[in-house]
Design a protein around this ligand. Structure first.
Ligand code: BGC
Length: 713
């Protein structure tokens, strides 16, 4: 008999339900606070895991309660949201996604895992894999952007980074893929709101990242808060039980979101807490985060015949199996010793990751900063805003170690006089500092405007109906630009911001996002040209809020946009095109693409499709270039998106270098959910589009035909 079987045999019902109970220690507040006496509950065997707690001492003391003072001595899980670093804060996930570098994504997760493990954490509620096309949604910052392929590759990299090859290693932590699924499609970009997602969109957009997570061996999955088409994800039988458990064969732990099981009552699908507990358990949820309904109400649910004990046992078994996978029964505190060299390496990685995440959006010959610049004015409420650089979800970060933009620029330009004015507050309408800021700008050779959001304006419960520059920042920017001093506008944010006419009037625009601990140095590296920017947008950047949702992989209209024809798909008051397309991002110098070719014109289904394209770097400077490969199935039984990302390749080019990028597309790239939503491939004509972004006018095209195999029925 296995250890887990033995344990199960000896457990009382309360002890079983205790294993399913995940409680908050409230060191970080990530939902409504509780005043529960968790120590007493742990001693009584009523807790399976504690979250929002970190620090070796605190965790060891809490683990000791379970190991020494509870009857069965079952170790606890210790969870935390480690979204973009633990002690060392990396750029927010949306920013990091723009690096389009799976190895980097993996390495930052590995460092985060190590630091979290040092602090006693053995489970993280990350990665967040919500595909989102709505910058109003505050949580767009936590995920990899709009594209399901990017999200799937991000999922694999992050899970590998957190979990390593063996969860028993003390430096590995269990990952939780969240929020399964559709949070990013919340109505009107409002947190916790319901989503209407067609079965096709589920299959094409929202499920693939979770499938990738499961295939990557992700230890846990967290259902989303929202409901989809009337079914709250916390009780979604079709998706949790049939898709996740049965179709994908996921045998890890499904843990609810914060009080989400109790909220089934507010959703209107459970009459009371007993029904709520039964609905979630029966759908496949194993652990109850904070609601306490499993512990308190499953006994009654059993008595009422709403649940069966073997279902409870199966959930307990999965929780115990995770603890065993983590090696907690043998080594409940998993000692990882910290060392200064590692902290230093982590900071270097944070700097490198940040500069690989900073997107140069426009540049009218302003950047890089001239090495002989004499006087620089650094203006705006984010110029010297240490606390804000980390962005949301950075509970264990050390804001005091963050480098501000002002500090970074001063350090990088020792011979330049750097002056600074805040100008306006981050979110106040008070504009009395505008005149002073303009005065500084007038006397400078270059102005760097540091504008954007406070960290609290992105993340959970941080949706914005009008995601623009808050307070009087737009006014400040306009006034400073009007001084005529050359300027660069930095946008610090967790989402694309609507910046109105600044898009045209600013001399250069740089999306820094929330760059993390090494913000100032990384930004200075990019602005001075010490590092040639290479990040690309993982999300389409709208011109105005009314264009949302906006994304590159649209389906064609029967009346495609035609400026000359009013009866076509467009707006009267704004262009249909985004301000910046998916994949957009400039580097210093130029690059071009040429000579896209396929190894054949026709292929039988199942045959590899060989693709090559030449990338040419101009003479000015070396660069890292990202080449995107999109596919379009011209005629299919279900209209396919006008473009779907199938691959990207990153290459490093020396000045003047010409390089051929070659790759192979396989049958899996041509598959789509057919009329019945089952994966199919249909013969016919396909277009392959290759470019540096999804901007249609810039893409190279090659076409091929797919033929049914002659021997196929
Ligand atoms: C969030 C989750 C998070 C949890 C625990 C919730 O409010 O939706 O993403 O993991 O809190 O902190």
């Amino acid at each position: 008999m296995s250890h887990i079987d033995e344990l199960l045999r000896t457990m009382t019902l309360t002890e079983k339900l205790g294993q399913l109970n995940l409680v908050t220690a409230d060191r970080a507040i990530t939902g409504p606070a509780t005043d529960a006496d968790i120590d007493a509950a742990i001693r009584a065997g009523k807790v399976g895991g504690v979250f929002n707690l970190w620090g070796r001492e605190a965790i060891s003391a809490t683990q000791r309660l379970a190991r020494e003072e509870s009857r069965l001595r079952i170790p606890l899980l210790f969870g935390l949201d480690v979204l973009h670093g633990h002690r060392t804060i990396f750029p927010v996930p949306l920013a990091e996604a723009g690096a389009f570098d799976p190895d980097l994504w993996m390495r930052t997760a590995r460092v985060a895992a190590l630091e979290a493990a040092e602090d006693g954490v053995n489970l993280t509620f990350a990665p967040m894999l919500d595909v989102s096309r709505d910058p109003r949604w505050g949580r767009i910052v936590e995920g990899p952007g709009e594209d399901p392929l990017t999200a799937s590759i991000f999922a694999r990299a992050k899970i590998h980074g957190f979990q390593g090859d063996d969860l028993r290693s003390p430096a590995a932590i269990a990952a939780t893929a969240k929020h399964f699924c559709g949070g990013g499609a919340a109505t009107a970009g409002r947190d916790y709101a319901s989503a209407d997602i067609s079965p096709r969109q589920l299959r094409e957009i929202y499920l693939p990242p979770f499938r990738a997570a499961v295939l990557a061996g992700c230890a846990a999955i967290m259902p989303a808060f929202n409901c989809i088409d009337g079914a709250p994800m916390t009780a979604h039988v079709e998706l949790l039980r049939h898709y996740l458990r049965e179709e994908l064969g996921f045998d890890g732990v499904v843990l609810s979101d914060y009080t989400a099981i109790g909220e089934l009552i507010e959703h209107g699908v459970a009459g009371d807490r007993t029904e709520a507990a039964a609905l979630a358990l029966n759908a496949g949820v194993d652990m109850d985060m904070v609601s306490g309904v499993f512990l308190e109400h499953l006994p009654e649910a059993l008595a009422r015949g709403l649940v069966r004990e073997d279902i409870i046992d199966a959930a307990v078994r999965r929780v115990l199996a995770l603890k065993e996978r983590l090696g907690l029964f043998d080594d409940p505190v998993r000692l990882v010793v910290s060392c200064a060299a590692r902290t230093e390496a982590a900071q270097e990685l944070a700097r490198d990751c940040a500069r690989r995440s900073i997107v140069l959006l426009t540049n009218r010959r302003i950047l890089p900063i001239d090495k002989n610049l004499r006087r620089l004015a650094v203006i705006g409420p984010l110029a010297d805003a240490r606390m804000e650089m980390q962005g949301p979800w950075s509970a264990a970060g050390r804001p005091e170690t963050c480098v501000t933009i002002l500090e970074g620029l001063k350090a990088a330009l020792p011979d330049c006089e750097v002056v600074h004015a805040e100008g306006v507050g981050l979110d106040r309408d008070d504009d009395c500092g505008v005149a002073g800021a303009c005065e500084l700008a007038r006397r400078a050779d270059l102005t760097v405007l540091c504008m954007g959001e406070a960290a609290y304006m992105s993340g959970e419960a941080a949706c914005r109906a009008t995601p623009d520059l808050p307070g009087a920042q737009q006014q400040l920017a306009q006034a400073v630009i009007a001084t005529g001093t050359p300027n660069a506008l930095l946008l610090v944010s967790g989402r694309p911001l609507m910046i109105g006419d600044l898009a045209e009037s600013a001399g250069a625009i740089v999306a820094t996002w929330f760059p993390g601990a090494m913000a100032g140095h990384a930004i200075a590296d990019v602005l001075t040209g010490a590092f040639n920017p290479c990040a690309r947008l993982p999300i389409t950047w709208p011109r105005v809020t009314g264009q949302i949702p906006i994304f590159y992989a649209q389906r064609a209209s029967g009346r495609p946009t035609d400026e000359a024809n009013p009866f076509t798909s467009k707006y009267l008051d704004v262009a249909v095109t985004p301000l910046f397309p998916f994949g957009h991002g400039l580097s210093y110098g130029q690059a071009s693409l040429e000579n896209l070719r396929l190894d054949r014109e026709r292929y039988f289904t199942g045959e590899d499709i060989g693709v090559s394209v030449d990338v040419i770097c101009s003479e000015e400077c070396a660069r890292r270039e990202t080449v995107f490969f999109f596919l379009h199935d011209r005629v299919a039984s279900v209209a396919r998106p006008i473009m779907e990302l199938k691959r990207w390749r990153q290459i490093d080019l020396a000045p003047g270098e010409r390089m051929t990028v070659s790759l192979t597309l396989g049958i899996e790239d041509l598959v789509f959910p057919g009329v019945e939503l089952r994966p199919i491939v249909e013969p016919g004509a396909f277009d392959l589009f290759v470019g540096f972004s999804a901007a249609p006018e810039t893409l190279l095209r090659a076409s091929f035909s797919l033929l049914a195999r002659p021997d196929a029925a």
